[in-house]
Design a protein around this ligand. Structure first.
Ligand code: GLY
Length: 381
């Protein structure tokens, strides 16, 4: 398998330097990094959907320091713990579907890496809270809106990333029906989100009484018929995870179909535009966070696919993407830019006043670290 030069140790050190630099500015550990246009992060409080990514990145830093036997590993663990506990109250929230992001990336990693029971109980409670956003007549988890809104029932493709919380809980002492909720959601998502060409739409607006789809539209893409690239990568990643968790072939097939659509449209630097249909190829319209997610998913597909040709193809796609992200122009080495990854996009919108591209975002940095750890595991094995 090809091994382009990715200096994992040096790259992780540069990312973790930025993570530590933010931590020392915060005595309270309650303002979570969100977005960076320059040297400073804008921040959000714990109830925001991105709150788990910073503690999650700190847990990856701890995992990497442990792997290498670095002397600062306890310091990383303390940092990660301090930012994780700030999210504790979110375990009871039933107002959104983002608990998977918030809790698995913080408390989920905390329990995986330490085995401490105090982290596990939060994950189990959070899964029960998320389960309350599912109603059987729809067969999907409600992403946005009040839990008892009788008029609107909004589900977004991003929700594929929140299913791990339910499945993990059901297999680690939580109620078994949480897994059924996750799989019902995944199965209906195959039917509703995917188009004939295997691209995904972003948002479903359903009738909560009948479960019927009223409308399909976009919130962060170019238009209702276009393919928002991060939405596509949420799908590739989500179904690859589900295949690993369940062994069910249709989830692998769905991930592969979504991946084929994505790979067929990638530019030569392996970083997609924020929307595949925008026709805008300039750096300022790219989304390197989608590329980081894709790299993580392709490492997983390379591991899970049986056919040697598929293994190699996804390995190459994962590594080429990662190699692009850890170099100029995407990787930011300097302290004048808070985020590690440049050219991330919150959303693409035809009206520039509603568009947010060409920025740093904490979740892209988180998935970049995840991809680096996956590459490291595979090459050190
Ligand atoms: N889940 C929100 C986003 O991908 O921007």
């Amino acid at each position: 398998m090809n091994k382009p030069p990715i200096d994992v140790d040096a790259t992780v050190a540069r990312i973790t330097f930025k993570l530590a630099a933010y931590d020392v500015t915060q005595s309270e550990k309650t303002a979570y990094p969100n977005e960076a246009k320059g040297a400073l992060w804008s921040t959000v409080p714990a109830p925001d959907w991105v709150s788990g990514f910073y503690p999650g990145a700190l847990w990856y830093a701890y995992e990497f320091a442990q792997r290498r036997g670095w002397p600062d590993q306890d310091q990383w663990r303390q940092r990660a713990d301090a930012w994780t506990v700030g999210i504790t109250e979110e375990q009871f929230t039933t107002t959104n579907h983002d608990l998977g992001f918030m809790i698995m990336d913080s408390f989920g990693h905390a329990f995986r890496l330490t085995g401490e029971a105090r982290y596990k109980s939060v994950v189990l409670q959070a899964a029960q809270s998320l389960g309350k956003r599912f109603i059987p007549q729809v067969g999907m988890i409600r992403s946005w809106g009040d839990i008892d809104d009788a008029k609107n029932y909004i589900v977004i493709i991003d929700n594929m990333m929140n299913l791990e919380l339910l499945i993990w809980a059901s297999e680690n002492g939580g109620p078994a029906d949480l897994k059924k909720i996750a799989l019902d959601h995944a199965d209906r998502s195959i039917v509703e989100f995917f188009r004939a060409d295997d691209s995904t739409c972003h948002v479903l607006d359903l009738d909560p009484a009948t479960g019927l789809v009223k409308r399909k539209y976009t919130h962060q893409g170019l238009n209702d018929e276009s393919c928002w690239s991060r939405g596509q990568t949420w799908a590739i990643y989500g179904y690859a995870y589900l295949y690993e968790a369940t062994g069910t072939d249709r989830y692998l097939q769905q991930s592969l179909k979504a991946a084929e659509y994505y790979l067929a449209r990638l530019p030569t630097d392996h970083v997609p535009p924020s929307d595949f249909n925008s026709g805008l190829t300039a750096l300022e319209f790219k989304d390197s966070s989608a590329a980081a997610l894709a790299s993580c998913a392709f490492f997983r597909l390379s591991r899970l696919c049986q056919a040697p040709a598929d293994k190699t193809r996804f390995w190459d796609a994962a590594v080429q993407t990662l190699a692009s992200l850890v170099n100029a122009p995407y990787f930011s080495k300097d302290s004048g830019f808070a985020s590690a990854l440049r050219y991330q996009a919150r959303n693409y919108h035809p009206d520039a006043t509603h568009r947010l591209t060409n920025t740093g975002l904490i979740f892209g940095d988180y998935y970049l670290l995840e991809a680096l750890l996956a590459y490291d595991s595979a090459t050190k094995a």
